[in-house]
Design a protein around this ligand. Structure first.
Ligand SMILES: Nc1ncnc2c1ncn2[C@@H]1O[C@H](COP(=O)(O)OP(=O)(O)OP(=O)(O)O)[C@@H](O)[C@H]1O
Ligand SMILES: [Mg+2]
Length: 340
C-alpha cells in the first residue's frame, strides 16, 4: 500500500455529481461538486431521468477535475469508492459504473459505500470520532437516529414514519413560493418571524424515537389554503418560523431521549438539514443544559449536502475492514442500515 492512502470517491445518488480525493480518511485533497439544481427547479423537485443524463455528462469532467485539483494521477490511488445506495437507481448507476471501470482499469480495490454512512462520516473532517456515538441524520430522503457502537457499525434506533425532514422543508417551501430546494430559504425566513401558529409536534410525547412530518406539512398547507380562500394573507416569516419551530422541537426532543437511552460522548448532526441554523442553535442550547458532556459535531456547510469527500471518509473505514466489492457491484436504491 502507498505511504499515504488516497481514495478516489464518487457520489451520484441524487442531483449532485461529485468526485473527491481523500487522504487517510480525514484530509480533503479535492471535492468537486457539479450540482443540477437549476435543471430540476422548474419541476419543483428532482426528475430522475434528467438527473441520470446530467450525471452521464458530468462524471468524466468532474473526475478529471478532482484528480487535477488533488495533484494526483490514477497510479497514485489506493482505492476507488462509490455510493451504491440509497438513492435514485439511474443516478447511482452512473457513479457505480464509473468507479467500477476505473477500479478495473487500474487494478484498484473497489469500496461500496452507503450514502447515509457518508453523511455521518462527513463529521470525520471536523475531528476524530469516539465510539459509541449517536448521529441524527437529517436529509432530503432520511430522518434517522443512528447508534454507532463502533466504527462502521450503524443501527437505526429512530426513523421517520413518513416524510423526511428535508422533504417537509421542500414541500412547505413550495407553498410559500420558494424554489426547490427550499430548506435554506425557509430557514432564513424563519429567523425573521415568530412561532405564532403553534403547529402540532407529531409523536413528540410518544415513548419511541420515531418521527413523523407529513401531518405538520399538511397543517401548514391547510393553513395557507384556508387563508387564501377567505382572502387573507399570512406572514410568510411567521409561517416559516412556526413550521421550523415544530420540526426543530421534535428533532431536539427525540435526540435528547436517544441520548438518555444510549449514553454517548459525541452526537453528529448529519445530512443537508444539518445546515439548518435553527436546529444547530436549539440542539446546542438543549444539550449544553441537559447533556453538557456530549460534544455536538456538525460538519461545515459544504460537507452537509451531498459530496464525494464524505464518501471517501466512510470508505476509509470500510477499507480498513476490507469490505470490498467485486466488479459485479450493483446499485441498491433502497439500501438501509439495520433497525434496532
Ligand atoms: N438550512 C437548511 N434548513 C433546512 N433544510 C435544509 C437547509 N439546507 C438544505 N436543506 C435541505 O436539505 C435537503 C438536501 O439534503 P441532502 O442533499 O443531504 O439530501 P438528499 O441527498 O437529497 O437525500 P438523502 O441524503 O436522504 O438521500 C433538502 O431537502 C434541502 O431543502
Ligand atoms: Mg444526501
Amino acid at each position: 500500500m502507498a505511504a499515504r492512502e488516497l481514495i478516489l470517491a464518487f457520489e451520484s445518488s441524487c442531483d449532485e455529481t461529485s468526485v473527491a480525493v481523500v487522504e487517510n480518511g480525514n484530509k480533503i485533497l479535492s471535492n468537486i461538486i457539479a450540482t443540477q439544481i437549476k435543471s430540476h427547479q422548474r419541476f419543483g423537485g428532482v426528475v430522475p431521468e434528467v438527473a441520470s443524463r446530467h450525471h452521464v455528462e458530468q462524471i468524466t469532467l468532474v473526475t478529471d477535475a478532482a484528480l487535477k485539483e488533488a495533484g494526483v494521477t490514477y497510479t497514485d490511488l489506493t482505492a476507488v469508492a462509490v455510493t451504491y445506495g440509497p438513492g435514485l437507481v439511474g443516478a447511482l448507476l452512473i457513479g457505480v459504473t464509473a468507479a467500477k471501470t476505473i477500479a478495473y482499469a487500474h487494478h484498484l480495490p473497489l469500496i461500496p459505500v452507503n450514502h447515509m454512512a457518508g453523511h455521518i462520516y462527513a463529521a470525520r473532517f471536523v475531528k476524530p470520532l469516539t465510539y459509541p456515538l449517536l448521529a441524527l441524520a437529517v436529509s432530503g430522503g432520511h430522518t434517522e437516529l443512528v447508534y454507532m457502537k463502533a466504527a462502521g457499525e450503524f443501527e437505526i434506533i429512530g426513523d421517520t414514519r413518513d416524510d423526511a425532514a428535508g422533504e417537509a422543508y421542500d414541500k412547505v417551501g413550495r407553498i410559500l413560493g420558494i424554489p426547490y430546494p427550499a430548506g435554506k430559504e425557509v430557514d432564513r425566513l424563519a429567523h425573521l418571524g415568530h412561532d405564532t401558529f403553534h403547529f402540532p409536534r407529531a409523536m413528540d410525547k410518544e415513548d419511541n424515537l420515531d418521527f413523523s412530518f407529513s401531518g405538520l406539512k399538511s397543517a401548514v398547507i391547510n393553513t395557507v389554503h384556508h387563508a387564501d380562500q377567505i382572502g387573507e394573507t399570512l406572514s410568510r416569516e411567521d409561517l416559516a418560523a412556526s413550521f421550523q419551530a415544530a420540526v426543530v422541537d421534535v428533532l431536539v426532543h427525540k435526540t435528547q431521549k436517544a441520548l438518555t437511552n444510549y449514553p454517548v460522548k459525541q452526537l453528529i448532526v448529519a445530512g443537508g438539514v444539518a445546515a439548518n441554523q435553527g436546529l444547530k442553535e436549539a440542539m446546542n442550547e438543549a444539550l449544553a443544559v441537559h447533556f453538557p458532556d456530549v460534544d455536538v459535531i456538525v460538519p461545515p456547510l459544504r460537507l452537509t449536502g451531498d459530496n464525494g469527500a464524505m464518501i471517501g471518509a466512510a470508505a476509509h473505514i470500510e477499507l480498513a475492514k476490507r469490505h470490498l466489492a467485486s466488479e459485479n457491484l450493483n446499485a441498491d436504491p433502497g439500501l438501509s442500515f439495520a433497525h434496532a
